[in-house]
Design a protein. Sequence first.
Length: 162
Amino acid sequence: MPQLTETDLLHLARCVELAEEALADGDEPVGSLLLSSGGEVLFEDRNRVKDGDQTRHPELAIALWAVRELSPEERAASTVDTSGEHCPMCAAAHAWVGLGRIVYASSSAQLSAWCEGWGLPPAPVVALPIGTVAPFTPTAGPAPQFEERLKALQAISRGVTP
C-alpha cells in the first residue's frame, strides 16, 4: 500500500477535526474532504446520521456533490481524505461516480476490532475494505498517528470506555 505523504497527514488532521465536530454535535465521528488534483479543498463534510438517516455519510455527500459539480476528468483526478475508511455504500458511490484516490486515517478493520473488543454487536452491514468493493480505486491508509484519537472518539460515540 502506498505511503502517506505529509500533505495527506495534514488533510487527515482536518478530517479528524471534522469527526470531532460531528461527535460534539451528537453524530458519529467521521469527517471527510474532497481535494482537487492541485490539492485545493473543494468540499468538506461530516457525519449527519443522528436524525435517523444512516446514509448521511460525508463520503456519500462528497460523491453526490462531485457528480453535480465536477467533470468526469476532475473527479478522476481528485482525492477523498477521510477519518475512517469508506463503508461499502460509500466505496461503491465513490467508484460509480469515478472519484480518484482515497486516503483514510483509520481502517474498517480497526473499527470492527475496536467494537468487538468493547463487546458491541456487529454493524448491520459487513465492514468490507474499499479494495473489495471498489478494486480499481487507489487507497492509502491507515495513519497510525491518529489511531488512539480516533479510537477514543469512536468509544465516546458508542458510550464505552476505550
